[in-house]
Structure formats: structure tokens, C-alpha cells
Write a protein that binds this ligand. Structure first.
Ligand code: FES
Length: 300
């Protein structure tokens, strides 16, 4: 009986997984790479300075883009609901305008995140952005029609814009939840390392000022012996996108990731420079009575 149900489900275009397969096919579209490269170069060239880290969400602890998109999506959704009722055209028009005004900052934050993504993520992100650009254009047409006193056309374009924005939202969901763009890649460290002290060598194994990779259970750890002899240890895989921190540089009390330049303070793992929005897990360090370097997950 159960097998019969599964067979009939496999013929249903939604339950058969056709949508995830289409998304996977989009990830494979290498023909998008040329365009992605040109756009990436342009986004990185925008002179944002420290505002780039603000847009990334460094101050928030996770990407800012999904927070900012709440405004246009919420305003447009409310406009769509009001469009279903008579006498609400003025409020709906205002909400469409609010959504359009809020779309710019949300898009800028998204592009800044996108510029550091892997090729497969960047392909999906490019189509996600294109869908949202179409949605904004259609909503701009909707607003123009409402202002010119053509409410029916304004409503029709509004529902069209909502449909396209939903496609953009589905692509954004795939990017975040399936492809892991913007997530904290060091989150699992605290559950993968057994409590207690782990021996990782003797002090002479660690040259002053040079990051050295060691293992604590299943977790790679980067250890730095500072010039004053103190030991510091952080999870080795960068919270941004798994970059190998032991291949990075020690600069002014921080360890800089070799992949996209995030900088983590050695003393507490705080991400003082993006694109990483999450800090790096840290370990307590000590020299045991018999002269071994030992580390354990930092006690909170
Ligand atoms: S992997 Fe991107 S900054 Fe480390």
C-alpha cells in the first residue's frame, strides 16, 4: 500500500522533486559564469569601504540581506491583499511605492554577499537577482499605472510582480538552505569536539607567529604561538565558507582567512573584518605539567 502511494507520488510533478532537480540543473549552467565574472568585478569595484561590512551584516551576526528583503516583500504582499478589496487603492499604491523604495538597499546588500559566493551559488544568485529585477520593473509599471488613474492595470501588474518576486524568493531559499550561502560554517564545532583537554603536541612544534593545523576529534584547529609565548587556538575552517585558516596570515593579533580576507581576533575569535558574519569558535590553551600543549573548547 505504501509502495503504491510512493509510486503515485513520484508521478506528481511537485512531490517527485522536479523543482529541486530544476534548481540543481540551474547550478550546472556554466554559461552564466562569464556574466557572473563581469558583475562580480563591478560589485567589488563599488567604493563602499567599511560600509561593505555593514551591508554584509557583520554588526548583526548574520547576513543583512534577508532582513532587508522583508520590507519590499511585506509591503507588496500587503498591497496585493488590499487590491482584493474595494476602496483600498490609495493604501495599496503607497505600499507598492514603499516596496520599490526598499528594494534598492536590499538588492545592494544581496549583491555584496553574492560577490564572494562560489560559482554554483553565483549562478543561482544571478538568476535570483534577475527575477527580482523583473519584479521591481513590473511593480514600477504597476505604480505608474495607479498614479495615472489606471487601477485595473495597476492591480494586474501588481499580481504579476508578486508572482515573479515569488520565483525570486524560491531561488533565494535554494541559495540559502540548499547551497548554504550565508550560513555559519563553523556552527557544528561545539558538538563535534568532545569536552575536556586534547593534546596537540609540544611547544617546539609551533613556530612563533605561524598558524599550525592540528586535530581535536573530528575538528581541524588552527594554533598560533604568539611572540610572547601565549598559545591561541581557533576552529580552522572559516565560518564564512570553510576557508583553511591555517593557510592565512597572522596580522595585528588577528588571523586573516586566505580565501576572502575575513579577519578573526586570536584572543576571542571575533570577526573584526568580513565577509564572515559569525565569529570563529575558540579553544582554551594550556601547557600540561608534563610539557604538552593542550586545548579544549572555550568554556562559556
Ligand atoms: S572562507 Fe571566505 S573569508 Fe574565509
Amino acid at each position: 500500500m505504501r509502495l503504491t502511494n510512493l509510486t503515485s507520488e513520484s508521478q506528481n510533478p511537485v512531490l517527485s522533486g522536479a523543482l529541486p532537480k530544476a534548481m540543481d540543473a540551474l547550478e550546472d549552467q556554466e554559461r552564466l559564469d562569464g556574466l557572473a565574472g563581469a558583475v562580480r568585478k563591478a560589485v567589488r569595484a563599488i567604493p563602499l569601504g567599511r560600509k561593505r561590512d555593514v551591508l554584509r551584516g557583520l554588526w548583526l551576526g548574520h547576513p543583512l540581506h534577508p532582513v532587508l528583503v522583508q520590507v519590499p516583500i511585506g509591503a507588496w504582499t500587503c498591497a496585493g491583499i488590499l487590491d482584493l478589496f474595494p476602496g483600498e487603492s490609495r493604501a495599496a499604491r503607497r505600499l507598492v511605492a514603499v516596496g520599490l523604495a526598499a528594494a534598492g538597499p536590499a538588492a545592494l546588500a544581496g549583491w555584496v554577499d553574492w560577490a564572494e559566493q562560489r560559482p554554483r551559488q553565483a549562478r543561482v544568485g544571478l538568476v535570483h537577482a534577475a527575477a527580482n529585477l523583473v519584479a521591481v520593473t513590473v511593480y514600477a509599471g504597476s505604480l505608474a499605472a495607479r498614479i495615472k488613474g489606471r487601477p485595473m492595470l495597476g492591480r494586474a501588474l501588481g499580481f504579476g510582480g508578486m508572482t515573479v518576486a515569488t520565483v525570486g524568493g524560491v531561488l533565494g531559499g535554494h541559495l540559502a538552505y540548499r547551497q548554504g550561502a550565508g550560513v555559519n560554517h563553523a556552527e557544528a564545532v561545539s558538538v563535534l569536539v568532545e569536552p575536556g583537554w586534547h593534546r596537540i603536541g609540544v611547544p617546539e612544534d609551533f613556530p612563533f607567529g605561524e598558524p599550525v593545523r592540528r586535530m581535536a576529534d573530528e575538528v581541524a584547529v588552527v594554533v598560533v604561538r604568539a611572540d610572547d609565548g601565549r598559545f591561541y587556538a581557533l576552529a580552522d575552517r572559516c565560518s564564512h565558507m570553510d576557508g583553511p585558516l591555517h593557510e592565512g596570515k597572522v596580522l595585528e593579533g588577528c588571523l586573516e582567512c586566505p580565501w576572502h580576507g575575513s579577519a578573526f581576533r586570536l584572543s576571542d575569535g571575533v570577526n573584526v573584518q568580513g565577509p564572515a558574519t559569525a565569529p570563529q569558535p575558540t579553544f582554551d590553551c594550556r601547557i600540561s605539567p608534563d610539557g604538552q600543549v593542550e586545548i579544549r573548547l572555550e568554556q562559556t
